[in-house]
Design a protein around this ligand. Structure first.
Ligand code: ADP
Ligand code: MG
Length: 737
């Protein structure tokens, strides 16, 4: 792992202390850059349109300047004098990234005039006039401020993404706009399919920003590929070898994968393949292990970790013969229809070398420091391997090649197991077109689609299915209930969810005791809604008062809400495993998390202790922050933070109070069956229980993940009598435990 503070490539944009552009040259460059954005030409016209209308739909290509510029135009025009200018983002990463960018452009510290708020992280102050938030945060704000009075302008950005929270906000804001004449609502979208938004707001005017896109040539496969990771890696290496030069003029490559696992696998394979190509030079004498290490460094540390000398070593020693380069390009012929990748052959044949490249993964779980690296300019080609976050939420300049796997990960409600699962799904045509568009931002580009043209035309949906129509609505229904929406079926959804899914969410909430038989919010439900957590987790927190284990449950919930606890390293797997074992509480993953945190606390929240135990200090620190935020909510409810001094039975029972609907009974050797849905499931190999081969008769779990089987994740052993006690109706009726 690299120390980002020491890393000289560390983004100045994201470093708090350096967020200002101090030199005159910086300022001049910035002004030139801002004025070159497509939206700049429309500035006064756009402000006029906003002045004339309360609701306006703004449509413009990704990169035209919607997210970063409009707030600044509004600020210059004085809108901040009547209230805060708010811009929502469906993704946390984007909210943070653009807030930093805008604070840099406005030459202010982040958290002062420009700030952001995402779940469990508030970087705003009294001074903040431009506020980036996730759509989930704004939605929760309507609980305390029903008319959202503190805002003068609300920009629902990336509305085309149709995230569940943005969709609900559209309905709520439509209502607010009828009451508040002083509020400006801007809905922005990157697709031209914006008439729907306009119709929803009574034919609100649509403002189109003239784009400046270059032609993108699209290549399809002739025949379908079996392994899109393998195929993408081959294509990327092929492009890299056939189109490299020393003029700092590399067109960067953007590869779209589905999510973290795919992305990491692609990054790893890229390094391996690169090494293979590299090692095909007979007379190239170098230390194999060292080289792999260097390239792995590039991959694991997102590029920034590579010191300059290693790069120049590879570069100078990597001067090679042309024959081998040709091998590299020709061996993959046939994977696509394209012959264009070899078109640069012959230019500077004698000087051509194989140079390394930087690989940058980008997905939402990455830290913002790591994410920031993708925006930097480097002296080598960047290969960015991204989830659909790079489709429209983040604008990357300098991409010449896009490789589209054709898949993305979507949250889909699975009726069979009664919960949301992340599922790998083919993209829609709209997604595919957004992806290819990324290649034409700064010049003409090429997009390689790793599927056939026929698949594109005949198999892909034209547009995405909005999240609200495919995922669990419990959280939203709970929120709407507390906003006094009596009849959820009559709420003004832009695309209503199915009746069945509303009924099933109402049912889930009823099971947890959040609503009563009449569908009214109960006292428990009223408290639950105050926590920014999924309903089962907030139920646990509330129930913990009764069993006197609030402190422990808050720690567990905070640990669950933080990021990965243990470090991941290919080199130290055994050492990490043995440390993990040291913390294992055999009967529960939740208690194992509690144990880790408690040990950390005993060791005075020490960073050294974390390092010694291969634990991510940042994740524990995050958990500590989350704990204190949840504790603040507990205080407002006048609940005393009493501790059971490690009465682990009470803690397990409290966990059971939130997750009894996910109870499973041991059926055979290692197979469990859900007591309600009767779906078979297995303990996840990462679970504490799995590691010691413990198979208790009854367990509850937090979620199911599909890989090779249906695996239960975050498992805790429970006693069957607790199930009957906590949900007598439920189990008596359904499973008769
Ligand atoms: P849109 O919202 O229309 O997609 P943005 O406002 O996000 O466009 O981006 C406009 C331009 O600002 C981009 O083309 C890019 O040049 C620049 N930009 C945006 N975010 C960053 C960043 N984090 N770092 C550097 N440049 C950025
Ligand atoms: Mg944007």
């Amino acid at each position: 792992m690299i120390d980002y503070k020491k890393d000289k490539m560390y983004s100045t944009i994201f470093d708090k202390s350096n967020s200002k552009n101090n030199t005159l040259k910086d300022k001049e460059n910035l002004i030139r850059l801002k004025e070159s954005l497509p939206i700049y030409k429309s500035k006064s016209e756009l402000l006029q349109a906003i002045y004339n209308n309360n609701v306006i739909i703004i449509v413009g290509e990704t990169g035209s300047g919607k997210t970063t510029q409009i707030v600044q135009y509004l600020y210059e025009d004085g809108y901040h004098k009547n209230g805060i200018i708010c811009c929502t983002q469906p993704r946390r990463v984007a909210a943070v990234s653009v807030a930093y960018r805008v604070s840099y452009e406005m030459n202010v510290d982040i958290g002062s005039l420009v700030g952001y708020t995402i779940r469990f992280e508030d970087n705003t102050s009294k001074e903040t006039k431009i506020r980036y938030v996730t759509d989930g945060i704004l939605l929760r704000e309507t609980l305390n401020d029903e008319q959202l009075d503190k805002y003068s302008v609300i920009i629902l950005d990336e509305a085309h993404e149709r995230s569940i929270n943005t969709d609900v906000l559209l309905g709520i804001l439509k209502n607010i706009c009828q009451n508040r004449n002083d509020l400006k609502l801007l809905v922005t979208s990157a697709t031209i399919d914006s008439y729907k938004f306009s119709n929803f707001f009574g034919n609100a005017p649509i403002y189109f920003i003239q784009g400046r896109t270059h032609k993108v040539h699209i290549e399809y496969l002739r025949t379908a590929c079996n392994d899109y990771i393998e195929c993408a890696v081959q294509k990327a290496i092929e492009i890299h070898i056939s189109d490299s030069n020393y003029d700092n003029n590399f067109g960067d490559i953007l590869i779209f994968m589905t999510g973290q696992d795919d992305i990491n696998a692609t990054c790893y394979l890229l390094s391996e393949r690169f090494y293979e190509v590299y090692s095909s030079y007979k007379d190239y004498n170098y230390n194999k292990q060292n080289t792999i290490k260097k390239i792995n460094n590039i991959i694991n540390d997102g590029g920034g970790g590579v010191k300059d000398d290693s790069v120049s070593n590879i570069r100078s020693e990597g001067a090679t013969k042309n024959g081998a380069i040709k091998n590299g390009t020709t061996k993959n012929e046939g994977t696509t229809k394209n012959e264009g990748t070899t078109k640069n052959e012959g230019t500077a044949q004698n000087e051509r070398h194989i140079v390394p490249f930087y690989v940058f993964p980008i997905y939402s779980q990455l830290s913002s420091e790591q994410q920031s690296k993708i925006f930097q300019k480097y002296d080598l080609r960047k290969i960015i391997v991204a989830s659909n976050i790079a489709e429209t939420s983040l604008t990357l300049d300098g991409i010449k090649y896009v490789i589209d796997s054709g898949y993305c990960k979507l949250k889909v409600y699975n009726q069979k197991i009664g919960m949301d699962v992340l599922q790998i799904t083919p993209v829609s045509q709209a997604n595919a077109n957004q992806r290819s568009g990324r290649a034409g931002r700064t010049g003409p580009g090429i997009c390689y689609r790793l599927y056939t043209e026929n698949t594109f035309l005949c198999d892909l949906y034209k547009n995405n299915i909005p999240e609200i129509q495919r995922s669990n609505l419990s959280n939203v229904v709970l929120l709407l209930k507390s906003l006094h929406v009596k009849n959820i079926f009559e709420f003004d959804f832009i695309d209503p969810p199915s009746k069945e899914s509303i009924i099933s969410s109402l049912y889930n909430l009823w099971v947890l005791g959040a609503i009563d038989n009449q569908g009214e919010l109960t006292a428990i439900g009223e408290k639950m809604v105050l926590f920014p957590l999924d309903p089962p987790l907030s139920k646990m927190v509330i129930y913990s008062e009764k069993l006197k284990c609030i402190n422990e449950i808050l720690i567990i919930v905070s640990m669950l809400s933080s990021s990965a606890i243990f470090m991941e390293s290919k080199e130290n797997t055994d050492a990490i495993e043995s440390k993990k074992e040291k913390f294992t509480v055999p009967e529960s993953d939740h208690l194992t998390l509690l144990n880790i945190y408690t040990q950390w606390k005993i060791h005075k929240y020490s960073n050294e202790w974390c390092k010694k135990n291969f634990i991510q200090f940042k994740s524990l620190n995050k958990a500590k922050e989350i704990y204190s935020q949840l504790y603040d909510i507990i205080k407002t409810l006048n609940i005393k933070n009493v501790s059971s001094s490690n009465n682990w039975d009470s803690i397990r029972k409290t966990i059971c109070s939130g997750y009894f609907h996910n109870a499973a009974r041991l059926k055979s050797f290692s197979q469990y069956t859900n007591l309600i849905t009767h779906v078979s499931c297995f303990i996840h190999p990462n679970s504490s229980l799995y590691n010691i081969g413990y198979t208790p008769s009854y367990v509850i779990y937090q979620e199911i993940v599909f890989t090779t089987k249906e695996y239960m994740r975050n498992v805790t052993t429970v006693e069957p009598e607790w199930l009957c006690e906590l949900a007598p109706l439920f189990f008596y009726m359904k499973a008769g435990v």
